[in-house]
Design a protein around this ligand. Structure first.
Ligand code: PLP
Length: 434
C-alpha cells in the first residue's frame, strides 16, 4: 500500500470523508494529495518528490509558498501576542490600502472566507434595497452558503443553447424555497440579462457575478454584457456585486473591475488578498456600507474577523503586489506558460487549449472555439482533462480537479522563466505518455 493510500485510510477514520473540505479530494486521483513542504512555486509530497504547483492553494497563493515578507510579518504579529477580536492600527492601514487599490471600495469589512464575504454582501444588499431577489449567472461560483449554491457544478440534465437557465441545487440540504428568490441568467447572453432585469428589476436586491469567470477556467464578459449589466442595474436601483474572491489581484491591483473599466456598487475579494492566510473582504459604496451595525441596522460580525496574524500577512502581500514590476512579471510568466502549454498540445496533437488572464487560467479539451459561457464549458472533454491531470501529476506538475466541468489553474509570482521551462518539459513528457 502506498503512503498516500495508507494515510487516506487513517484520515477517513476520524475526518469525514478523510478531508477537511470536500474539494480537497483531487477528483482526477480519487484521493487528496498530501504535501509536507512548500517553497516558492513548488510543493513536496510525503516521499520528498517535488511538483511545480499549478493549483497554488486554489488561488490563495499568489506571491509564492513561504514568501519571506509574509512569513516575517506573521512572525511579528505572533510575537506581539496575536490577540484577536480587538481592533488595532493595522486594520485601518489594510482598509486604506484596499480602498486605494480596488475602485469599488469606499469602505470595507473583513471576514474569514469568500463564502462569508458573499453571504454578508447579499444580506447588506437586501437590507439597503429592501428587496429580496438575487440575480446570479449560471455556473458562477460564490461560495458554499445556501443563497448561492444553485446552478453550479454539474447540471442534473444536459443544458443546450435552448434550455431555460438552470436552477439546480448543488448540494442536498438546500431549502427549495430559496430558488424562488433567485433569477438565473447564462453568462454573456445580453438579451436574456436585459429581459430578466426588465421583468424582475423592481424585486431584485442585487445582481452578483464573477467579472472574470475563472471558476470555469477563464471566460471574460463581452463588453456589451458587462455594460448592460452596469447600466441597467443602476437605472433600476439594483445593486451590482462583483465577486472578485478569485479575480482580485490576479491581473492588477484593481482587480477585474479595473481591467474591465466597470465599477460595481459592492465587491468581495478573497484568496490572494490574504497572501495564503484566511482573509476575505467585502466593501463598496460608503452609503451602502453605512447600513452595517453599529452605524446602521445590518449585522456583520465574527470573532476572528481581522485576525491580527492574517491582517499582517495581507498587508505584506498587498505591499508586494504594489511593488513596481510585479504585474509585468506576472504577465511575462503568464504569456510564456500559456503559449508553452499550447505549443505542447500542438506538438503532440492533443486537442487542448490553455486560456488565461494574469495569474489564473483554464485548459479546455476537445472544443474548437473559446467558451463564452458555462454551457460551452460543459462540452469540453472531461475524460481527456482527467487523463491530462493524472499524467501531469505523475510527471511532477500539480493540477487539481474539483469535479464538475472545466477546471481553473494558476501559478504564483515566485515562478521564474526557468521554472516555466521546467514545467513545460514535464508537461511535454506527461502529454507524450498519454
Ligand atoms: N467566490 C468565488 C468567485 C470563489 O472562487 C470562491 C472560492 O473558490 C468563493 C467565493 C468562496 O471562497 P472560500 O472558499 O474562501 O469560502
Amino acid at each position: 500500500m502506498s503512503r498516500i493510500t495508507e494515510h487516506y485510510q487513517r484520515a477517513r477514520k476520524s475526518l469525514a470523508g478523510g478531508v477537511s473540505a470536500s474539494t480537497r479530494v483531487n477528483r482526477a486521483l480519487g484521493h487528496p494529495m498530501y504535501f509536507s513542504r512548500a517553497a516558492g512555486c513548488q510543493v513536496w509530497d510525503f516521499d520528498g518528490r517535488d511538483y511545480y504547483d499549478l493549483c497554488c492553494s486554489h488561488g490563495a497563493t499568489l506571491l509564492g509558498h513561504g514568501d519571506e515578507r509574509i512569513t516575517r510579518a506573521v512572525h511579528e504579529a505572533i510575537a506581539a501576542g496575536a490577540a484577536c477580536s480587538y481592533e488595532n492600527e493595522t486594520h485601518a492601514e489594510l482598509a486604506e490600502l484596499l480602498c486605494d487599490s480596488i475602485p469599488a471600495f469606499e469602505r470595507v469589512r473583513f471576514t474569514g472566507s469568500g463564502t462569508e464575504a458573499t453571504m454578508h454582501t447579499i444580506r447588506l444588499a437586501r437590507a439597503f434595497t429592501g428587496r429580496t431577489k438575487l440575480l446570479k449567472i449560471e455556473g458562477h461560483f460564490h461560495g458554499y452558503h445556501d443563497q448561492v449554491m444553485f446552478a453550479i457544478g454539474s447540471p442534473p440534465s444536459p443544458l443546450t443553447a435552448e434550455s431555460a437557465p438552470g436552477t439546480w441545487p448543488a448540494s442536498s440540504g438546500m431549502p427549495a424555497e430559496l430558488v424562488e428568490q433567485l433569477v438565473v441568467v447564462p453568462f454573456n447572453r445580453t438579451d436574456l440579462l436585459a429581459e430578466a432585469l426588465a421583468k424582475y428589476g423592481d424585486e431584485l436586491a442585487a445582481v452578483i457575478c464573477e467579472p472574470v469567470f475563472y471558476n470555469a477556467g477563464c471566460i471574460l464578459p463581452s463588453r456589451e454584457f458587462i455594460r448592460v449589466m452596469r447600466e441597467e442595474t443602476r437605472r433600476r436601483g439594483v445593486l451590482l456585486i462583483f465577486d472578485e474572491v478569485q479575480s482580485a489581484f490576479r491581473m492588477g491591483p484593481g482587480g477585474a473591475q479595473a481591467h474591465l473599466g466597470i465599477t460595481p456598487d459592492l465587491c468581495t475579494v478573497g484568496k490572494a488578498v490574504g497572501g495564503t492566510y484566511p482573509l476575505s473582504v467585502f466593501g463598496g459604496r460608503a452609503d451602502i456600507m453605512a447600513r452595517l451595525q453599529p452605524e446602521g441596522d445590518c449585522q456583520h460580525s465574527g470573532t476572528y474577523n481581522g485576525h491580527p496574524v492574517v491582517v499582517a500577512a495581507a498587508l505584506a502581500a498587498l505591499k508586494a503586489y504594489l511593488e513596481p514590476g510585479f504585474y509585468e512579471h506576472v504577465f511575462a510568466i503568464a504569456d510564456r506558460l500559456y503559449t508553452g502549454i499550447n505549443d505542447v498540445f500542438d506538438r503532440y496533437e492533443l486537442p487542448g487549449r490553455a486560456i488565461g488572464l494574469g495569474a489564473r487560467f483554464g485548459i479546455y479539451f476537445g472544443i474548437d472555439d473559446q467558451p463564452q459561457d458555462f454551457r460551452d464549458t460543459l462540452q469540453h472533454s472531461r475524460t481527456l482533462m482527467l487523463q491530462f491531470i493524472r499524467a501531469a501529476i505523475e510527471h511532477g506538475v500539480y493540477l487539481h480537479d474539483y469535479g464538475g466541468g472545466a477546471c481553473h489553474h494558476g501559478f504564483c509570482a515566485a515562478m521564474t522563466t526557468a521554472d516555466v521551462d521546467q514545467t513545460l518539459d514535464r508537461l511535454a513528457a506527461a502529454v507524450q505518455s498519454m
